[in-house]
Design a protein around this ligand. Structure first.
Ligand code: GDP
Ligand code: MG
Length: 402
């Protein structure tokens, strides 16, 4: 199961926010009334949408309220915007003015996808020219809608269009975080998690990615078998049905790879994390460029926190050594920590390698990588680069390249 996606419903008082949420959810949740400003608190309504899982609609009543102090309103709007994955912006009477435009520019700044809805179209039809202008200027979908349609079939059709747009916008959004096993396993599958308990393992507990993996396997109504590398041969000798997937700590990849039958998919925790949080497509494309690095090339390491001993060691010692060994030549390095600005011209770099980004949001991470990607420089991340250098990349990414 994925994380709940929050959808904010915006619009002036009486534009039909509460009515729309009611229609979508098919229940009376938000209070609908003829008196402006009845809904004063954001009301959250949860439902499941096929294709994206649980979503929660947030009724943003009151943010156009002229009675409230301007500053408070801005703060409240900002707070709502910071939690949403998608915005529905309602307008009526073809009036798309400062209130609507200000909201749109906020969404754009935060890279939040938006669907613009001309509501109450039963009273005043949507002006197609204005709608086209909005699509052209803002790159947003514009939908003609009405909460008061008498024709049930027509209403059903419009709702289906709206839901399809919601799914498209959320799935296509770079902000949507993926859970570790999203799309990889189905109810009833079993997953083997290989967790070596060695000198690097913390005293008396598992590390966070392992714990998160167990939880996410359970969320998917699957079973998790947690074991150490040396348990694998006997596990495969005795298991009645083969597991769907084997996930291992990358340190143990070679040993695990030898013990897992050819036909069983396997990958690493670090690869799953790179997919969940980073720009995975760009990493898949960029990582093989490691083999094109040549003498004197400059590599940029983006380390997103500067106080994590293990990451520090990977970025400054382990990765440079492994990469130089793999390429058989000397490379130059810059490590930029935290969210510090990159001083050199990005074009000076032959490659950019990003850490796992466990301390920053997906939005921050994607913004961090943007200059390199826009400049056409190959990007990778710690886990995937390590996998490449250790010669285990092919097998660890096979399931993602089908
Ligand atoms: N004719 C018509 N009335 C609507 C439509 N949507 C909402 N209303 C009515 O407009 C009023 C305000 O709607 P409401 O959902 O409370 O607006 P909100 O303030 O944005 O939450 C109510 O009387 C609704 O019944 C619509 O599409 N057509
Ligand atoms: Mg309302």
């Amino acid at each position: 199961m994925s994380k709940v996606k929050n959808i904010g419903v915006f619009g002036r008082r009486n534009s039909g926010k509460s009515s729309l949420i009611n229609i979508i959810s098919g229940e009376e949740v938000a209070i609908v009334s003829d008196i402006p400003g009845t809904t004063t608190d954001p009301v959250k309504k949860r439902m499941d949408v096929f294709g994206i899982g649980p979503v929660s609609f947030i009724d943003t009543a009151g943010i156009d309220d002229s009675g409230e102090l301007g500053e408070q309103r801005v703060t409240r709007t900002k707070r709502i915007i910071s939690q949403i994955d998608l915005a529905l912006l309602l307008y009526t009477d073809n009036k798309f003015e400062k209130f609507e435009k200000d909201l749109l520019s906020r969404f754009k700044k935060e890279e939040i996808p938006v669907i613009i809805i001309h509501n109450q179209s039963d009273i005043i039809e949507m002006d197609k020219d204005i709608a086209l202008e909005l699509t052209t200027n803002y790159g947003a979908d514009v939908l003609e809608f009405s909460c008061n349609l008498l024709d049930e079939e027509e209403q059903k059709g419009r709702l289906e269009t709206l839901i399809a747009l919601i799914v498209k916008n959320i799935q296509g959004s770079p902000l949507t975080e993926i859970e570790m096993f999203d799309g990889l396993i189905e109810e009833g599958d079993s997953v083997v998690l290989v967790c070596p308990i060695d000198s690097e393992a913390p005293e008396g507990r598992l590390i966070l990615p392992q714990v998160n993996a167990i939880r996410n396997v359970l969320d998917n109504r699957c079973s998790a078998v947690v074991l150490q590398p040396f348990n694998l041969p006997s596990f495969f000798r005795n298991c009645a049905t083969l597991p769907k997937l084997v996930v291992t700590d990358s340190q143990a990849f070679e040993q695990v790879s030898a013990a897992v039958p050819e036909g069983v998919d396997m990958t690493g925790f670090s690869v799953l994390l790179a997919r969940a949080k980073g720009n995975f497509e760009a990493y898949l494309k960029g990582t093989p460029h490691i083999d094109n690095l040549k003498e004197g090339d400059r590599v940029l390491i983006l380390e997103s926190c500067s106080h994590h001993a293990t990451c520090d060691d990977i970025g400054r010692v382990k990765l440079p050594n492994l990469l130089q060994k793999r390429c058989g030549c000397r490379l130059d390095w810059d490590v930029v920590a935290g969210l510090d600005s990159i001083e050199r011209d990005i074009h000076d770099y032959a490659m950019v390698i990003q850490c796992g980004g466990c301390m920053i949001t997906r939005r921050q991470l994607l913004n961090r990588l943007k200059p390199a990607i826009e400049a056409g420089i190959p990007v990778s991340n710690y886990g995937m680069s390590l996998a490449w250098c250790m010669g285990i990349y092919e097998r660890a990414t096979k399931i993602f390249r089908r």
